[in-house]
Design a protein around this ligand. Structure first.
Ligand code: 6PG
Length: 469
């Protein structure tokens, strides 16, 4: 057996098979491994035999790889990652590299990295975004781990990743679990943008009764403007898809219960731990939970009456909706990037926000024209705490506000739920308020629990015996 293969991949499901074929297309010899012999056969059938091979035998697999071995796992997150690592370990040499390309929880990555470091093996948590098509044609890749070891992986990842104006959408992001963390927040932003896109669809449908073909037109037009993004693009496409069973529009036949694998929830949970507000991402997670309560929703719908949507012209509704979507996409990125900046300090990731925005410009699910502006904003001011503080974004946001306010008010009065959009607006209004009523909360805390408060007119910590006067 000759160790001539540049790259190994474990897990030959759709993502794994597509990724390894992409590696081979880019001139690297790649070896796949899967216990499932059908997956092995499928890869062998599809790949160029000079470039790709596959096996269900771990010894053949590991002995075919050149040193240091670069082995990527594309297996479901969780215990299976640990099991695969254990099965590999007896066959590895010092300085070999294992890359976890799945959506693993970042503390699991830290644990695995520490464990493998003791054994002289480098471990990378590396988010891969772009779905099955992205894996085949060019994903956005978010690696984190040992910087020196990354040099061995870099040529392969730079070749297989998609390119934005010639620049690869992959970069070394930072030590430890930086890559998985960035991918987790990418998914939090993804949840938020998906929720917002759906709320706008609901508004356009329930207010002025746009048909699916009109919705297709609207989203397509938006995708040629400042809202240009993967999610708007696929949304436009979804409205034209016919159902093969009934011939009807497929979107209208899909049950309104959204599933989730956990990355959005983890983003929200960790933002809470860090003390960074990401309410629109939180709301997107909550909405998937509310959507799951279909039976209760149907029951509740019968108990309460709902106002008839207020009259509004199609043109006005579409114009306001465009502005609201643009505004709320900006807020989604603001919240996610704010969380990343704080996590970077807390966990020592040394993240470069401009680099992150750059590798998200193409290939990933949240790619959008807006990300080029965001990359510029962080290049101009790398320590920007929040995108809303960027001078380049003030005008963009300010211009949309009258339309956003009017649309949120319209939705409230018409009984159309827009929790993501409303949360984006409320977050904006709170974040940009010098004064908030939280002085009253401090007074209440001190009143019932002697929790003390600070004052605006002098330094120190104060407590009052309330009512005692
Ligand atoms: C991506 C996606 C990918 C996956 C989501 C789906 O970047 O390619 O984010 O990782 O499709 O994790 O997540 P849910 O099942 O939780 O919606």
């Amino acid at each position: 057996m000759q160790a001539t293969y540049d790259f190994g991949l474990i897990g030959l499901g759709v993502m794994g098979r597509n990724f390894i074929l992409n590696v081979a297309d880019n001139g690297f010899k790649a070896f796949g491994y899967d216990l499932n012999t059908d997956q092995v056969a499928a890869l062998k059938a599809e790949g160029n035999p000079d470039q790709v091979d596959a096996t269900s035998d771990i010894v053949t697999f590991t002995q075919s790889l050149s040193l240091p071995r670069k082995i990527m796992l594309l297996v479901p997150a969780g215990k299976i990652v640990d099991q695969v690592i254990e099965s590999l370990l007896p066959h590895l040499d010092k300085d070999d590299i294992i890359i976890d390309g799945g959506n693993s929880f970042f503390t699991d990555t830290d644990r695995r990295e520490e464990y493998l470091k003791e054994k002289g093996i480098h471990f990378f948590g590396s988010g891969v975004s772009g779905g099955a098509k992205g894996a085949r044609k060019g994903p956005s890749i978010m690696p984190g781990g040992n910087k020196e070891a990354y040099q061995h992986v870099k040529p392969i990842f730079e070749a297989v990743s998609t390119k934005y104006k010639g620049e690869p959408c992959v970069a070394y992001l930072g030590p430890k679990s930086a890559g998985n963390y960035v991918k987790m927040v990418h998914n939090g932003i993804e949840y938020s943008m998906m929720q917002l896109t759906s709320e706008i669809y609901d508004l356009l449908k329930k207010s002025v009764g746009l048909s699916n073909s009109e919705l297709h037109e609207v989203y397509s037009t938006w995708n040629s403007g400042r809202l240009q993004s993967f999610l708007v693009e696929i949304t436009a496409e979804i409205f034209t898809q016919k159902d093969t069973l009934t011939g009807g529009d497929l979107v209208d036949l899909i049950l309104d219960k959204a599933k989730q694998k956990g990355t959005g929830k983890w983003t929200s949970q960790n933002a809470m731990d860090l003390g960074i507000p990401v309410p629109t991402i939180d709301m997107a997670v909550s909405m998937r939970e509310i959507s799951a309560l279909k039976e209760e929703r149907v029951l509740a719908d019968q108990l309460y009456s709902r106002p008839t949507p207020l009259p509004i012209s199609k043109a006005e509704m579409i114009a306001q909706a465009e502005q609201a979507l643009y505004f709320s996409f900006i807020i989604s990125y603001s919240q996610g990037l704010h969380q990343l900046a704080d996590a970077s300090r807390e966990y020592g990731y040394e993240l470069d926000m401009a680099v992150i925005a750059k590798i998200w410009r193409a290939g990933c699910i949240i790619r959008a024209g807006l990300l080029a502006d965001i990359a510029d904003a962080f290049t101009a001011k790398p320590d920007l705490a929040n995108l809303l503080l960027s001078p380049a974004f003030v005008g963009k946001v300010q211009d949309t506000l009258p339309a956003v306010r009017s649309l949120v008010a319209y939705a409230a009065q018409s009984g159309i739920p827009v929790p993501g959009l409303a949360s984006a607006l409320s977050y904006f209004d709170a974040y940009t308020s010098s004064n908030l009523p939280l002085n009253l909360i401090q007074a209440q805390r001190d009143h019932f629990g002697s929790h003390t408060y600070e004052r605006i007119d002098r330094e120190g910590i104060f407590h009052t015996e309330w009512g005692d006067q």
